[in-house]
Design a protein around this ligand. Structure first.
Ligand SMILES: NC(=O)C1=CN([C@@H]2O[C@H](COP(=O)(O)OP(=O)(O)OC[C@H]3O[C@@H](n4cnc5c(N)ncnc54)[C@H](O)[C@@H]3O)[C@@H](O)[C@H]2O)[C@@H](O)CC1
Ligand SMILES: [K+]
Length: 502
């Protein structure tokens, strides 16, 4: 699903108004209807709503929602913050339509704000939406501070007020901290990035029927991974297939004290549907692997504690995953240099393999094209240098993927896949329970297992990050987020495949 910029959203609104056709006022009514429908599912008419409206169309949404909630028997208070002279016409018309019975407080100075919102009420934030053009100041910033002080949960309409939809919001800006954001048609970029995403709280997308032709014809490099797309990628198993049909992967890693990492990758690769798995570990890992992962074949390095060479013949493997628990011994670096100068099967590089690539110019120069790299933000920074903000990091991601013709899975709450073509795919599954050691090793295993089965690099990345997060969600449902550990992810991977194919 494409993610639109604020200006593309404005164009989508305008196109819908012109081509559906529908008046702008009626489109706002549809948006308010979707909001109120959502609110009514969640809150009974015993819950009072305090609605803070700004001067633009976001404020207009709030006013229309106030009227609809009032009609449905809810107690509603409206606070008007219209210091700006540029009131939108839909705002003005919705103000005229507001029933007399709704109390309206005109807020010009901080003193006009109530001491506090009554216990048990909900605040709706419709101060500013995607039309925000500069950080909030004066009474608007004071209203934001007021809302953020309230114990009442704040529900932001479209976007938390003060947050820029698709540009960095300057530090120290006044931004509403929403418990929930109800956003129209598409999530905003800001929700997906670490510095801004937390302001949106739990966000929900409310479709408002923007014109499908516009959505189809508009290009965006930013995409969201959604269940329908994932389902379309999954290949069902054919009756006469055999283990050779599903690929043979090699996983390379493990070092003294870090054999668990490569063992977990192995479990995950197999649970991802892989036909055959060989794991290469330092000598010390032989018994560990044969015991902990009986389904895998094991090759041992001559060295007891770390990698010094790759197998001579790599042609029998459809993918090689390198890195979990690898360590950064000089001999391992040299082995990697030799590997990169050969023709290799598709590679998945993680953890110390990435750290070695980051510090060794020769490795970077010879990075085989179409490799998949899976850095977390710190590892990514080692590869590209520091980013000044989340949007700059996306720019660095784009440049890195283009320069090295690789796929980068930048891990985070919304893991982002960067491609050589300059596209970005944000994941929608996963939870904070997965912030625990070893979950990255599991992802490497899943990606290696999928790639070896013949999924393209992009397909493997999309399926891999989505299923990894979905397994995390299913594990958290059963075990809770706090107790979730990395091995739960491959334990629930089968359930994730089942759910994704429903
Ligand atoms: N017909 C449409 O176009 C629809 C618009 N919708 C709503 O409209 C919103 C966008 O509306 P607008 O474009 O009117 O934008 P906003 O409601 O976000 O506000 C824009 C107004 O605020 C002013 N402004 C911007 N930054 C300011 C600041 N820091 N301090 C003071 N004033 C500032 C602008 O000059 C403009 O007058 C969306 O977020 C959504 O909530 C929805 O009703 C769906 C349909
Ligand atoms: K808002």
């Amino acid at each position: 699903m494409k993610i639109l910029s604020a200006s593309q959203t404005r164009s989508a609104d305008a196109y819908t108004i012109a081509h559906e056709p529908i008046t702008s006022l009626d489109l706002m009514e549809r948006a308010a209807g979707a909001l109120v429908h959502w609110l009514k599912q969640k809150y009974t008419a015993q819950i009072p709503f305090h609605i803070f409206c700004g001067p633009g169309n976001n404020g207009g949404d709030g006013l229309a929602a106030a009227r609809l909630l009032h009609q449905d028997g809810y107690d509603v208070w409206v606070y008007l913050l219209e210091a700006s002279q540029n009131k939108s016409s839909d705002f003005t018309q919705n103000l005229e339509r507001l029933p007399q019975a709704i109390p309206v407080v005109r807020v010009q100075t901080e003193e006009d704000l109530p001491a506090a919102l009554p216990k048990g009420s909900i605040a709706l934030d419709s101060l500013f939406g995607s039309g925000l053009s500069r950080p909030l100041e004066g009474i608007y910033a004071q209203a934001v501070a007021f809302l953020n002080r309230q114990p009442a949960p704040v529900i932001s309409i479209d976007i938390p007020s003060g947050l820029f939809a698709d540009a960095p919001t300057p530090a120290q800006s006044a931004v509403v901290q929403a418990a929930v954001t109800l956003t129209f048609e598409r999530p905003k970029m800001a929700f997906l990035l670490p510095a801004s995403g937390a302001y949106a709280g739990e966000w929900h997308v409310l479709p408002i029927g923007l014109h499908p032709t516009f959505l189809e014809q508009t290009d965006s490099p930013y995409h969201l991974l959604v269940p329908q797309h994932i389902k379309s990628l999954l290949r069902p198993r054919q009756k006469f297939s055999h283990k050779g049909t599903f690929g043979h992967a090699l996983l390379v890693g493990g070092s003294y004290g870090k054999m668990g990492a490569i063992t977990m990758s192995g479990h995950a690769a197999l649970r991802a549907g892989l036909g055959l798995l060989t794991v290469q570990v330092p000598h010390i890992g032989y018994t560990i692997l044969q015991t902990a992962l009986p389904e895998a074949m094991v090759l041992t390095d001559d060295h007891a504690h770390h990698l010094t060479r790759f197998p001579e013949d790599l042609t029998k493997y459809q993918c090689v995953g390198i890195g979990p628990g690898l360590g950064q011994a000089e001999a391992s670096q040299l082995a990697l240099e030799r590997l990169f100068q050969q023709v290799t099967p598709p590679l998945v590089l993680d953890a110390d393999a990435l750290n070695l690539v980051a510090t060794d110019r020769l490795l970077r120069q010879h990075l085989p094209p179409h490799s998949i790299l899976t850095p977390h933000p710190k590892e990514f920074e080692r590869l590209t240098g520091p980013a000044t903000d989340d949007f700059h990091r996306l720019q660095l991601l784009k440049e890195f993927c283009a320069q090295y013709q690789c796929y980068v899975v930048l891990k985070g709450a919304h893991t982002c896949i960067g491609t050589p073509a300059g596209e970005f795919y944000f994941n929608t599954t996963g939870n904070p329970g997965m912030a625990t050691g070893g979950t990255g090793d599991v992802l490497t295993g899943i990606l290696t297992g999928l790639r070896a089965q013949g999924y393209s690099a992009l397909e493997a990345c999309q399926l891999g990050v989505y299923l990894h997060g979905l397994a995390g969600n299913l594990a958290a449902q059963a075990e809770g987020q706090i107790s979730l550990i990395a091995s739960d992810l491959y334990k629930y991977l089968g359930a994730a495949f089942r759910k994704a194919s429903e």
